[in-house]
Ligand binder design. Structure first.
Ligand SMILES: Nc1ncnc2c1ncn2[C@@H]1O[C@H](COP(=O)(O)OP(=O)(O)OP(=O)(O)O)[C@@H](O)[C@H]1O
Length: 479
């Protein structure tokens, strides 16, 4: 079971907040009031995430952090500190800590950081397992499939994981690129160090630079303290850059330099920082075409593509579809408390006839919807949602992802008997919408507010509420 450890000499308030944030999830909440007690619990129970107060009665949180790293460098550690302790928390991030929060901890910030940290922890720990024949149980992290193209993928994973070279994973959206990136990480020489992921398409250019390389205090208006980027934080580990094809050209140049020289400067800084990060990149785009069209640097393409691995579309995987359907049904039946045991032949024929533009992610969504509609223990065709070809025409992954995602979120909340469905769903939509609009306006809050038809102050408040942490940079761009 996932677990979180809070190390704080006065844990009552933060414990209460963490309980609120994790309500309805199956998570063990542990606490320790001293550093040594905390280290002991880490040793015994290896929690998924640690929240660590910087000031502890028996020493500094930074020392405790170092001990945690020695036990397991993969545990995401979030520091909790006063504004005065910010410099130390930033120092800890240079050494690989996951994030920091200021006291008094704001609930929404805590929610965002804790959920992200659990996701980071899951990616590193949940083992990816290649499954060529149908397993008995619904395994998490299973890579299902035994068509020839997938057998070639498994061979490639085996060959490349221990070589410590960059890897480029290509394939349509939802074909399992992240799953394969995790498999490469877990079977590689850096499996005991961090694995961090960043989606280059989800973040506007100026924010992306800071996310990757960090920035110095005063680098721009609003940059009131130094920020440590992923390349520095992930030193010694593996960085997964998803949707690399969407990285803006100026940043591609900076990325190429890190790959060639393993050095970079934080935004607004002169200090040359050395880093040793293994890069795994993924894209659903054809980078060869993009580099011919001048949208992607050919030199970066060649550098990244030294070892590339292509994931076939689901429609090209033949009978793997049957196995995937069985696997998903078992998994979701358990999760959703359904008793569907088998699939009617007509249902399978309909699933086979469909072209699956959203690949395995789409298959998962369709089967979840079908299970929710199902009664009895056979999945009949009438339970399937409409499988129409216009699903194929959806242009960008985030837009197609929203509807099924939203539907399953609502279903999950209803099933978990949540008491704040309205607020949760609305903040989910707001987060998607604001990020998307800001991306469109290049980070300008002024233009975004205009487009959204809301006052700028309303937008600022909303961004703050949602803990969209790029706010500071966004404001800067907006002047
Ligand atoms: N071969 C497989 N067997 C079982 N599950 C799979 C397989 N491939 C992908 N999945 C599941 O499908 C979902 C989508 O996979 P993943 O996020 O890795 O795709 P992706 O190619 O990175 O998508 P995107 O390009 O949209 O980011 C995940 O839940 C993943 O676990």
């Amino acid at each position: 079971m996932a677990s979180i450890l809070i190390i704080d000499d006065d844990p009552d308030l933060i414990l209460q907040q963490v309980r609120a944030v994790l309500k309805g999830t199956a998570t063990d909440i542990l606490s320790a009031e001293t550093g040594s007690e905390g280290i002991h619990i880490v040793q015994e129970q290896l929690p998924s995430v640690v929240l660590l107060d910087l000031r502890l009665p028996d020493g500094s949180g930074l020392d405790v952090y170092q001990s945690i790293r020695q036990i397991d460098a993969r545990i995401p550690v979030v520091f909790i500190t006063t504004a005065k302790g910010a410099d130390t928390a930033i120092e800890a991030m240079k050494q690989g800590a996951y994030d920091y929060l200021f006291k008094p901890v704001e609930l929404r910030q805590l929610e965002r950081v804790v959920h992200e940290a659990f996701e980071v922890s899951r990616r590193m720990r949940e083992p990816t397992v290649v499954v060529e024949n149908m397993p008995e149980d619904a395994m998490e992290g299973a890579i299902i499939g035994n068509c020839q193209a997938m057998l070639d993928v498994y061979k490639a994973i085996g060959r490349v994981s221990v070589q410590d070279v960059p890897v480029l994973i290509t394939g349509e959206s939802g074909t399992g690129k992240e799953l394969v990136a995790r498999a490469i990480y877990q079977h590689g020489n850096r499996a005991n160090a961090a694995f961090l992921a960043l989606n280059c398409a989800a973040i506007p250019e100026h924010l992306l630079e800071s996310e990757l390389f960090g920035h110095e205090k005063g680098a721009f208006t609003g940059a009131d303290r130094r920020r440590i980027g992923k390349f520095e934080q992930c030193n010694g580990g593996t960085l997964f850059l998803d949707e690399i094809g969407d990285m803006p050209l100026p940043l591609q140049a900076k990325l190429l330099r890190v790959m060639q020289e393993q050095t970079f400067e934080r935004v607004g800084g002169n200090e040359s920082i050395q880093t040793d990060v293994r890069l795994i990149a993924a894209t659903h785009r054809d980078l060869k075409v993009w580099s011919d069209e001048g949208k992607f640097r050919p030199d970066l393409y060649y550098r990244l593509g030294v070892f590339s691995l292509h994931l076939p579309a689901l429609r090209d995987r033949g009978d793997d579809l049957n196995m995937l359907v069985q696997h998903c049904l078992r998994k979701f039946s358990q999760e959703l408390g359904r008793s569907v045991q088998s699939v009617a032949p007509d249902t399978l024929s309909q699933l086979k006839a469909y072209s699956w533009p959203g690949n395995i992610r789409e298959l998962q969504n369709v089967l979840k919807q079908a299970l929710l509609a199902a009664s009895g223990d056979i999945l009949l065709p009438i339970f399937l949602p409409e499988l129409t070809s216009n699903r194929m025409e959806s242009p960008s992954p985030p837009a197609t992802a929203l509807n099924p995602e939203l539907e399953s979120l609502v279903e999950e909340l209803i099933n978990s008997k949540s008491t704040d469905v309205y607020a949760t769903v609305h903040s989910h939509i707001d987060r998607f919408l604001l990020k998307r609009v800001l991306e469109h306006t290049g980070g300008s809050q002024h233009k975004a507010a205009k487009l959204l038809g809301v006052a700028r102050q309303t937008l600022r408040t909303k961004l703050k509420e949602l803990g969209i942490h790029m706010t500071i940079h966004v404001e800067n761009e907006d002047r």
